[in-house]
Design a protein around this ligand. Structure first.
Ligand SMILES: [Zn+2]
Length: 273
């Protein structure tokens, strides 16, 4: 049985790298904006206005129509703030504790769910930034700040009631996350995280620790997360293996690892029970 093989492999590992895409959040009730309809189901007003996700996830909106931009990002900010991570996160947390906290998280999600579930902030790499941090639209002081306040908005109208402002210059603020055609994203926090991630990898390499990469819900459209896992396994073939949990894009080469055609929570439950 493939599940037994996976379990044995995980048991024999010294360290864990959890890599995640939008699919991991679905079991917590979060939308993954998959496909045009997926996005429009969550934001019917965007459908009415004929705005696509790829258009809206663009900093240009903050200049031309900040009310709509902040309706979209404000809604997501509030949603992520109020979401409780599903049980799979806590199973993963138990696993990394068993490995003496020798782990790292690499996620393309901006929703802060790993932090919320209790993973160490210093062991998380958010490659697209985090919606909890805001920055100036013009990046005036090259700074980011943490926002705790919910964004007031009218969901029906798809408009923010007030526009968050830069704490330095009173210009418009935006979430500090990487968007499409985004030249002003302040990657300060992400850069620090990347440094810590590289340092961890160096240690792993030096100690020849055996690593399991558990990849959950990472799609092919923006393949950053999948590519990372592939590259790591290819470069450290004897002591890295990838376990892919994905209900749709589940294909994997035998020399990379194993794949489970399952949703996030179900897959985690299968391999960590
Ligand atoms: Zn500013």
């Amino acid at each position: 049985m493939i599940i037994d093989e996976i379990k044995d492999y995980i048991k024999s590992c010294d360290a864990v790298l959890i890599t995640a895409g939008a699919g991991i959040g679905i079991d917590s009730g979060l939308p993954d904006f998959r496909g045009q309809e997926g996005f429009w189901n969550t934001y019917p007003k965007a459908k009415e206005l004929n705005i696509r996700f790829s258009q809206l996830a663009n900093p240009q909106w903050f200049y031309t129509n900040p009310k709509i931009a902040w309706a979209f990002y404000g809604h997501r900010f509030n949603l992520y703030k109020n979401t409780i991570p599903h049980k799979g996160f806590y199973k993963l947390l138990d696993l990394v504790k068993q490995k003496n906290d020798n782990y790292f998280i690499y996620t393309s999600n901006v929703d802060g769910q790993f932090q919320k579930a209790g993973f160490d902030e210093d062991k998380i790499m958010e490659c697209h930034g985090s919606i909890s941090y805001f920055q100036c639209l013009d990046n005036c002081k090259n700074n980011v700040w943490k926002n705790e306040k919910e964004i007031s908005l009218d969901f029906e109208k798809f408009e923010a009631n007030n526009i968050p402002k830069c704490i330095h210059c009173e210009s418009i603020a935006r979430p500090s996350i990487l968007m499409f055609n985004d030249w002003d994203w302040n990657s300060k926090i992400s850069d620090k995280q990347k440094y810590r991630f590289r340092t961890w990898l160096k240690k792993i390499r030096k100690s020849k620790a055996k690593v399991v990469i558990i990849e959950i819900g990472a799609g092919k459209v923006i393949p950053t997360i999948r590519n990372l896992g592939h590259t790591l396994v290819k470069n450290h073939i004897e002591h890295f293996k990838l376990i892919r949990i994905n209900p749709r894009d589940f294909e994997i080469d035998d020399n990379i690892g194993y794949s489970l055609k399952l949703g996030g929570l179900e897959g985690i439950n299968k391999i960590l029970n």
